[in-house]
Design a protein around this ligand. Structure first.
Ligand code: HEM
Length: 161
């Protein structure tokens, strides 16, 4: 597909989704103009398997949230939030990124984090808490880094101060 076709497609999808919370997974940007929060990457299918598929992600997210709540740097953000909802959205988001059989219908990263006042330290803290959870689940280091490589650029949308 040419770059122009892709661009037009993204524009069209943007208009289509203006009245709906969900947006197409392949759109390059979301209604806020932010990059696709769940960019599917077919080359990461083996990584999806290393994570134990969707069931592995569900279990991983339980430990991730436990870590976030035990960490004084991240607890303030999550203690009064809908933790079950966030975990479910994260499962779908990571599942799509790793080319699993899922659909992400949550907010884009700008929408989800715009009112939270997250700084760089908060972002790094969350990444550390994710790494601890992945280590506990014996995810191979190479596969951990593949996922982190997809998440790292999202600091542009998540960090607002
Ligand atoms: C790459 C990093 C991050 C990713 C991929 C990510 C992903 C997500 C997702 C998928 C949601 C759910 C969106 C929805 O409700 O539709 C969410 C919500 C949330 N995130 Fe993040 N996030 C990241 C970084 C952070 C950081 C660093 C913090 C704070 C230290 C944070 C705090 C929150 C909170 C509190 C919510 C819930 C907001 C609400 O109640 O509406 N996130 N995030």
């Amino acid at each position: 597909m040419s770059k122009m076709t892709h661009y037009l497609l993204a524009l069209g999808l943007g208009l289509m989704s203006a009245s709906s919370a969900a947006f197409a997974q392949d759109a390059m940007t979301t209604p806020t103009g932010a990059p696709n929060p769940a960019p599917r990457d077919a080359s990461l299918k083996p990584v999806f398997d290393d994570f134990g598929g969707k069931a592995g992600l569900v279990s991983l997210m339980d430990d991730f949230m436990t870590n976030l709540l035990a960490d004084a740097r991240t607890r303030p953000y999550f203690e009064n939030a809908d933790q079950a909802h966030i975990k479910a959205e994260l499962v779908d988001q990571f599942c799509v990124i790793l080319d699993g059989p899922c659909t992400y219908t949550g907010k884009d990263m700008v929408q989800a984090h715009r009112n939270l006042g997250i700084d760089r330290a908060g972002f790094y803290a969350l990444v550390e808490d994710l790494q601890l959870a992945m280590n506990k689940h014996n995810i191979p280091f190479r596969s951990q880094n593949k996922l982190l490589g997809k998440l790292a650029p999202m600091h542009r949308e998540v960090v607002t101060k």
